[in-house]
Design a protein around this ligand. Structure first.
Ligand code: SF4
Length: 380
């Protein structure tokens, strides 16, 4: 070992080249840009293939949401692809329901059976329920076209982390039917109502990176995270402060904070005057019905704590409030999402750094216009 440096150049490489390391896989390597659909986050991924076979996915550094990151679910995508229980062809049940006997059939056979079953349903106004998870972009356009062509079908959307009520709240209060983008990275004070920013939520990778920056990304400046929700979630455990409000009372708590901001004239007057309408009616109602003492009885959060949070929001801005997950999918979900939008307006959070933005829809290429109406025909 001592005399290794005296060896001829390159001789130390002989053994590693004869017995390559495990990570060296011979074959043609390709990378494809892809999108993860394991949760509503929609992270951009790079899929690595060797000889046409997927071997790994990583976050796409050029993607605006993931910026090179991905979470454990995204990393597990190849396992889902090669899982022995993954269905690889349509199945048809044999025998009685519940017996678990299935036979593989071809796609042509499956489509023919499906169309034969669907056609009689077109005569009934509620004959078909179309169940999907959350859809966006081209997949949603495809389903939308199918439903329009079929006529009378009900679209049922099932997404445990669905953001429909937040979108609806944006539409009701701002006239924008979209999910807000929260600039957590540049905020100083973040109040989360149920949004499990660290462990789940709408985009764990995006929020995880934002949270890291909020806490440690700015030398000498550490943002504060306050988590509100009935249980000690991972986000609440990582927060600087946790307010265990009773389930379904988030909207009251938001308005209790709004009450203090208005009563003590701590709200962003310039923003409210220039950018909002109907403030006087809102002010009157909030001052009348949502005093911290009243809100405290409903929520279980002490009035002094509600008032202090309001003062901190005003003092340590830019501040943002985020509604998500359990707070907007349980009782009073829409009221909570609307109240949080109002609170964000009171602290002037919209359209500024460390605040809230609405990103334009991606410029998807449109589907080609059909020459003739898209109709279901009897199989021949
Ligand atoms: S957060 Fe994880 S599961 Fe969700 S889209 Fe991104 S990589 Fe996929």
């Amino acid at each position: 070992v001592l005399l290794d440096a005296c060896a001829p150049p390159g001789s130390e490489q002989i053994i590693p080249l004869l017995i390559p390391e495990e990570r060296f896989v011979p074959g043609v390597e390709e990378f494809h840009a892809a999108t993860c659909f394991e949760c509503p986050g929609g992270c951009g991924l790079l899929a690595r293939k060797i000889d046409g076979r997927l071997v790994k996915v990583e976050g796409n550094p050029a993607h605006p949401i993931s910026k090179g990151g991905s979470c454990a679910r995204g990393q597990a995508l190849p396992q889902a692809m090669y899982h022995p229980d993954r269905l690889q062809s349509p199945l048809v049940r044999e025998g009685e329901r519940g017996k678990g006997r299935w036979t593989e059939i071809s796609w042509d056979d499956a489509l023919e059976r499906l169309v034969t079953e669907l056609i009689p349903l077109r005569t009934e106004s509620s004959g078909l329920a179309f169940l999907t998870g959350q859809l966006r972009g081209h997949r949603w356009e495809l389903v939308r076209r199918f439903l329009a062509a079929f006529g009378g079908a009900h679209h049922w959307l099932h997404e445990p982390f669905g953001d429909d009520l937040v979108r609806r709240a944006s539409e009701l209060t701002l006239g924008i039917e979209a999910f807000p983008t929260h600039d957590v990275e540049h905020a100083n004070y973040v109040l989360t109502f149920g949004a499990a920013l660290v462990e789940a939520s709408r985009s764990p990778v995006r929020f995880g990176r934002g949270f890291g920056h909020l806490r440690r990304g700015r030398p000498g400046q550490r943002g504060k995270l306050v988590a509100i929700g009935p249980h000690l979630s991972v986000t609440a455990a990582h927060a600087d402060e946790w307010l265990p409000a009773r389930p379904g009372t988030d909207a009251s708590l938001v308005l209790g904070i709004a009450h203090t901001l208005i009563r003590d004239e701590l709200y962003d007057k310039a923003f409210v005057d220039e950018r909002t309408e109907g403030f006087e009616a809102f002010r009157e109602r909030v001052l009348e019905a949502f005093a911290p003492e009243t809100v405290s009885v409903a929520t279980g959060v002490p009035a002094e704590q509600i008032e202090r949070i309001a003062r901190e929001m005003a003092e340590y801005g830019p501040a943002i409030a985020i509604a998500g997950d359990a707070a907007v999918t349980g009782p009073n979900g829409l009221a909570t999402a609307v109240a949080v939008t109002h609170l964000n307006a009171l602290v002037g959070a919209f359209g500024r750094e460390g605040g809230i933005h609405f990103d334009p829809a991606p410029p998807f290429a449109p589907y080609p216009v059909l020459d003739e109406p898209f109709v279901l025909r009897e199989p021949t």
